[in-house]
Design a protein around this ligand. Structure first.
Ligand code: ADP
Ligand code: MG
Length: 446
């Protein structure tokens, strides 16, 4: 590629990374530059799933970047290896090239893989079941995964689809959101194309419907789905469903569907514990090419508790802050990104306030407190931190333990008892703790 093009491309990538951090993926580096032809910039993306992802999510951002660096209105097309000239090709093009055919009405995010899914106690069963089905479709039928919003249902479903397509590229797999399924159903009713609609969903090898709790009784859509379900099931075709609640508590769901949904494997996704959250944050940061120091990771893991989707939002804010402040992300930035004014919410004591006070007082290092070291010079300040955290924050014992290198809650209870005991037997120690508490109280009055 000519130097001038290389420069343009580098600027475009930088623009996308800076202005669309949520979209940015580390593999964007591998996109091939094919150049401009009549106002159209063609970019080669060899991997079909990555190409689909960019076509549905990236066109606007790349056109914005191209406009920004060239000063002209530019149309961006993502093309595959063999089809540089075939501008308008869709999935059928991929099929012609012998790639996996996905009758996917939603586009699979190529990053929603098993490799990128962090296993933890809250998702172990669902993860194992999904993996089982991915490796051997039919092993549990149907597979029904449920859990609250942002706990990884869509990620797991898509990981399963991606793995099936990887192992068996010829599989006809249909992945749709329930909303999309119903939209298509209502449209088919209106245009009198119900037969085609049925055929489409009853002839697939694997049917995956995300958020099945949206299946309403309207216009007999539950009945329609019941028959589709049965014909696939009888033919031994894998069905995978996700929902925000267990089958029996989905409001308004017909009893016969409830019993169908329960006849395979039902697995719940529960909120991730501290360790899992931290691992997810590290993993997401890596995916975005974001160098995040460990204290920032732990801080975000402490603050973002229930919904992993918020982690993405926090990382996006962090990336924007890093760009605005023109420096690498650090703990202060992580704090700002989770929406805390300096030093925590007004009057709220954070882990950081406590560890700062305690490590300074005992002249200890936070990394040592978070390590497995058991020397008394480290165990005492560690126990003091745990004690003060319990008394000054609303975080659970489990979270406090997690913050200190994944210790469990019984260790925290032990620490608290130990500190209480020392306070009652050692007046000097008791005095020290009072001083520390006073220091922490200053933050409460801020
Ligand atoms: P849901 O469909 O349950 O609302 P998603 O699958 O959309 O949740 O997950 C929300 C975000 O959290 C996604 O970015 C997803 O990749 C991420 N996520 C959820 N669980 C995990 C996990 N165990 N490991 C890695 N990322 C996860
Ligand atoms: Mg979802």
């Amino acid at each position: 590629m000519p130097d001038s093009d290389a420069r343009l491309w580098a600027q475009m990538l930088a623009h996308v990374q800076a202005h669309h951090p949520g979209l940015w993926r580390h593999w964007f580096d591998q996109i091939g530059w094919l150049g401009f032809h009549g106002g159209v910039l063609r970019l080669r993306v060899s991997e079909p799933l990555q190409r689909n992802y960019l076509r549905s999510n990236g066109t606007e951002a790349f056109e914005d970047a191209a406009r920004h660096v060239t000063g002209h209105l530019v149309t961006v097309r993502f093309v595959g290896d063999g089809d540089e000239e075939d501008f308008a090709q869709g999935l059928s093009g991929a099929a012609r090239n012998g790639h996996a055919v996905t009758r996917s009405d939603l586009v699979l995010d190529p990053d929603n893989t098993f490799e990128n899914f962090v296993e933890g106690p809250g998702n172990r069963l669902a993860h194992a079941a999904a993996l089982g089905v991915a490796e051997k479709p039919g092993s549990y039928n149907p597979l029904f995964i449920y859990g609250r919003v942002g706990l990884g249902k869509t990620h797991l479903l898509q990981a399963t689809c991606l793995r099936i397509l990887q192992n068996h590229p010829g599989t006809t797999l249909s992945y749709v959101s329930c909303e999309e399924y119903m939209t298509q159903y209502f449209a088919a009713m209106q245009t009198g194309e119900l037969m085609a609609f049925r055929q489409k969903f009853r002839e697939v090898g694997v049917l995956v419907i995300d958020d099945i709790h949206f299946l309403t009784k309207r216009e007999r859509s539950q009945e329609e789905f019941f028959h589709t379900f049965n014909s696939l099931f009888v033919a031994g075709k894998q069905i995978i469903l996700s929902s925000d609640a267990a089958p029996e508590v989905i409001p308004d769901l017909e009893a016969r569907l409830i019993s169908r949904f329960k006849q395979g494997m039902v697995a719940e996704l529960e909120p991730p514990d501290f360790e899992t959250r931290a691992a997810i944050i590290r993993q997401k940061a890596k995916l975005r090419g974001l160098a995040l120091p460990e204290d920032a990771v732990l801080h975000i893991a402490t603050c973002v508790e229930n919904n992993i989707r918020e982690i993405e939002g926090t990382l996006t804010s962090l990336q924007l802050l890093a760009r605005v402040e023109k420096r690498a992300p650090d703990l202060a930035m992580a704090r700002a990104a989770v929406g805390e004014p300096q030093g925590g919410h007004l009057g709220e004591v954070t882990f950081h306030i406590i560890t700062s006070a305690v490590t300074e007082f005992f002249n200890a290092k936070l990394t040592d407190l978070q390590s497995k070291k058991r020397h008394r010079s480290i165990t005492v300040p560690r126990q003091v931190c745990m004690y003060l955290m319990k008394h000054n924050t609303r975080h659970s014992l489990q979270e406090i333990g997690g913050y200190f290198g994944g210790r469990d809650h019984t260790t925290v209870i032990h620490a608290i008892e130990k500190v209480q005991e020392l306070r009652s037997t050692d007046p000097t120690f008791d005095e020290q703790l009072k001083k520390l508490q006073e220091q922490i109280n200053k933050h409460k009055r801020l």
